[in-house]
Design a protein around this ligand. Structure first.
Ligand SMILES: *Cc1c(COP(=O)(O)O)cnc(C)c1O
Length: 242
């Protein structure tokens, strides 16, 4: 558990250094703990260290960890591929769904939220690396997609999310984040009713500095805090794309 405390402080130092370099306020970028496969007790420890934002990829894990984490004061986001048959459960546990990437999902979220008489914050997930294996709306379709989703008044669009390319070539990684930033700018200029572009959720363990330089407001970090996972990420990212 001591590792978690040390790792968190290293991550916060990295975030602060990146903010300084980019001339941004440290308070403008939030750390989201990406907690897939991490046991609830370890997440609880990170919350005791002062963290306030947690992201899960699977509804089953959200549900399983809830008993342990329910007494903590934190914000819970959904960051994985959301299957439409899991919507009802997902909505019980989170305040934001960062991974809205298809109309079918938006429509079914709206139906359920109407039934419950409430609304939900969402981010639109963009496939900024153009990789077949990654989820997210094609960048070229992002604006028309956002126009359509904005028509559902139960869905409050707060910004964009992307995973980006895993590459040692910094310029290629940066291109993904810059693409997201440019889409945000276009959306702002289109001035679509019911759409806010406050959040850019991008940057992970290996590339959070680049993301912060390109305007990230949320960085999602797992491995650099909790250590290596047992399953490959493809297990979480491509399950229905095989
Ligand atoms: C796992 C995951 C992360 C964190 O990745 P790390 O490399 O472990 O920091 C961020 N975003 C999403 C959507 C994830 O699934």
């Amino acid at each position: 558990m001591d590792n978690i405390r040390t790792n968190l402080s290293i991550i916060h130092q990295r975030m602060e250094a990146a903010c300084k370099k980019a001339n941004r306020h440290a308070g403008d970028v939030r750390l989201l703990l990406a907690t897939k496969t991490v046991p609830a007790e370890r997440i609880a420890f990170a919350l005791e260290c002062g963290e306030r934002l947690v992201g899960e990829n699977k509804v089953q894990e959200l549900k399983g960890k809830y008993e342990v984490l329910r007494t903590y004061n934190y914000e819970s986001h959904f960051i994985g591929h959301l299957q439409t048959n899991k919507i009802k459960d997902a909505l019980k546990y989170v305040t934001c769904i960062e991974s809205v990437d298809r109309l079918d999902l938006a429509r079914k979220l709206d139906q359920r939220l109407q039934f419950e008489g409430r609304s939900m914050d969402i981010l639109v997930q963009v496939n900024s690396s153009f990789e077949e294996s990654k989820f997210g709306i094609d960048p070229a379709d992002a604006i028309p997609f956002i126009r359509e989703v904005a028509k559902y008044d139960t869905l409050a669009i707060r910004g964009l999310m992307t995973i980006g390319l895993f590459s040692a070539e910094e310029e290629k990684v940066r291109r993904c984040f810059r693409l997201l930033k440019n889409i945000r700018q276009q959306v702002i200029e289109e001035d679509i009713p019911n759409v806010e572009m406050r959040e850019l959720s991008m940057g992970m363990s290996g590339d959070l500095e680049i993301a912060i330089e390109e305007g990230a407001t949320i960085v999602r970090v797992g491995t650099a805090i909790f250590g290596q996972r047992m399953y490959p990420d493809s297990y979480y990212w491509n399950e229905s794309k095989r």
